[in-house]
Design a binder for this molecule. Structure first.
Ligand SMILES: [Zn+2]
Length: 557
């Protein structure tokens, strides 16, 4: 054979391989979705009917005819007009706590103290003496008497079992005498820094412990085992994918939850993606920050690249740090939980080692302090694009609102908190200050973007309910008519972005997810109705049909 013939032969082989690759092999998809009503979230190309998915990624988008013609798959799903949106992300939540709540007595939404007592009595009847009874989610603002409850009613129904009941916001606990006996609490126990024990006139604890004081009781629990932690996380994850979530930002991991998450990722048991923030100050943080973040572990299911600190408490229990006194509690301005220097030390460690800083700040004073801290950290750091986050950013002094955009700080907010809190927030804050509370549109108008979340289990997990709250600022019965400070409502487009693209941006993942686009991961939420068009009330009865994570169906109705 002469040289020329050899070259020709080689050329033919290469060409046929390329033809095979382009026209046959690459035209096979792992899954094809057709006849959908797809909101891509990509402003340049907002709608599509069909998606082809291969190797976890979206490889093609277009009309149903086009995609059906170009791609073949053994797995074609006819969506029959169902609505597809980018996979929903909850930017602030607590997976283990949620699982624990699913495992304990649920007190969310109960409107009388007597009904709670009944539930405890029932549980005590079947629990051996001495064993703990756990409950979570009570909220005295829903009761006829809105003052804090006391241990007396719990003592009547559970004299022999210690009872601990967490408030809805996670910042206060309600216990009985037995629990205080076990923990060695008496009239002479002092209030710890950053915490408060409510007392009667004789100085005796009444059974309510706020913020850091809750540790006096919590510290005596036997810690959960890895198995219990794993079960709780899986229980929570199952509920999340049912609600359409493809990713959760888990705020406040410790060495145990990190160990369990890695195990679950190794065993491919995580149905949704986790973006984790390590709790600090803590032993876990001290041990782990020097090793730097974990990114895309377990096939992209687990990323741990943030630190979570607390600047103050919560508004409901008057632990949020305010610039002026509480309107319904003169002389009280709330609590700061960490000193400025402690927060600066941790923030600096985080940035130096490639972690994102997320700081819980609810009151206007806490937000002001954290913005000042961030300004300092940004000026000090040689790195850019830090995407520092304030978790909640709930009550803002008007002069601080433009600082978010100016500094590139992300307000990570929970829309459902506004409608959960609106009945009493004005009482805590007064008519003027409340205007800077849950001020989504004011922030967006300055150019800031808001990653949205629910803070579950401290509020309801359902992302579609959060979406509804964002566009209506009403409760589920539509009150108040027209919305609570309706000028702060988001548009539907903004609301969708807050749970998708903006949430992905807040975890440095906007190139991989957050929109339905070619080569992004196939993380999709498929809904029974078109939430971008239907009446707001109809959003609340919209069902999740499928939740797809990396091309895998992790939930199907
Ligand atoms: Zn939280």
């Amino acid at each position: 054979m002469n040289k020329r013939r050899i070259y020709t032969l080689i050329l033919i082989v290469i060409l046929s391989f390329a033809i095979y690759k382009i026209f046959i092999c690459d035209r096979r998809a792992d899954m094809i979705l057709i006849n959908g009503n797809i909101y891509t979230g990509n402003d340049a190309n907002p709608f599509a009917q069909a998606i082809a998915i291969k190797d976890k990624n979206i490889i093609a988008l277009g009309s149903s005819a086009d995609i059906s013609q170009k791609y073949k798959s053994n797995n074609v799903i006819d969506l029959r007009g169902k609505t597809v949106i980018p996979g929903l992300i909850d930017s602030h939540a607590h997976m283990f706590g949620f699982g624990q709540m699913l495992n304990s007595i649920m007190l969310v939404g109960i409107t009388s103290v007597e009904e709670i007592a009944e539930k405890i009595q029932e549980k005590a009847a079947s629990t051996p003496a001495g064993e703990w009874i756990y409950g979570r989610g009570w909220d005295q603002t829903l009761w006829a008497d809105k003052s804090f409850p006391t241990k007396d009613i719990l003592d009547q129904v559970s004299p022999d079992n210690p009872v601990i009941l967490g408030r809805i916001d996670g910042h206060a606990i309600w216990v009985n005498q037995k629990a205080m006996d076990v923990a060695g609490i008496s009239a002479s126990t002092p209030d710890p820094d950053g915490g408060k024990i409510l007392r009667d006139q004789k100085n005796n604890p009444t059974g309510i412990f706020i913020d850091n004081a809750t540790e006096l009781i919590r510290k005596i629990f036997p810690p959960p085992s890895d198995l219990e932690t794993e079960n709780c996380i899986l229980l929570a994850a199952k509920e999340c994918v049912k609600a359409g979530l493809t990713e959760v930002h888990d705020m406040g991991l410790n060495s145990q939850t990190i160990r369990v998450y890695k195990k679950l990722a190794d065993e491919k048991k995580l149905p949704l993606r986790i973006y984790g923030a390590i709790d600090a100050p803590s032993d876990t943080w001290n041990e782990m920050y020097k090793n730097g973040p974990t990114i895309g572990y377990g096939d992209g299911m687990l990323t741990i690249r943030a630190v979570k600190m607390y600047a103050d408490g919560a508004l409901g229990s008057r632990g949020a740090a305010l610039i002026e006194d509480y309107s319904d509690d003169p002389v009280n301005r709330g609590l700061t939980l960490l000193s400025d220097s402690e927060m600066e030390k941790i923030g600096t460690q985080a940035i130096e080692h490639g972690f994102q800083v997320c700081t819980h700040a609810i009151g206007d004073r806490a937000n002001h302090v954290v913005l000042n801290l961030y300004e300092k950290l940004i000026a000090k750091s040689k790195k850019s694009d830090l995407r520092l986050r304030i978790e909640h950013a709930q009550v803002l002094d008007p002069t601080d609102i433009p600082r978010f955009k100016a500094l590139g700080v992300l307000p990570s907010m929970q829309p459902i908190h506004a409608t959960s809190d609106m009945d009493w927030a004005a009482a805590r804050l007064g008519a003027q200050r409340v205007k800077g509370a849950y001020a989504w549109k004011s922030l967006i108008n300055t150019g800031a973007i808001i990653p949205a979340g629910s803070d579950f289990p401290n509020d309801i997990m359902q992302p579609l309910w959060g979406f509804y709250a964002e566009i209506t600022r009403t409760d589920q019965d539509g009150n108040p008519i027209g919305g609570w400070y309706p000028q702060e409502c988001m548009s539907r487009e903004e609301a969708l972005k807050s749970y998708t693209l903006w949430a992905a941006y807040s975890s440095f993942q906007e190139n991989k997810r957050g929109t339905v686009e070619i080569v992004k991961l196939a993380d999709l939420t498929i809904l029974s109705k078109d939430i971008m068009k239907i009446s707001p009330e109809a959003i609340l009865t919209t069902e999740v049909e499928y939740t797809i994570v990396g091309g895998n169906i992790v939930f199907k109705k």
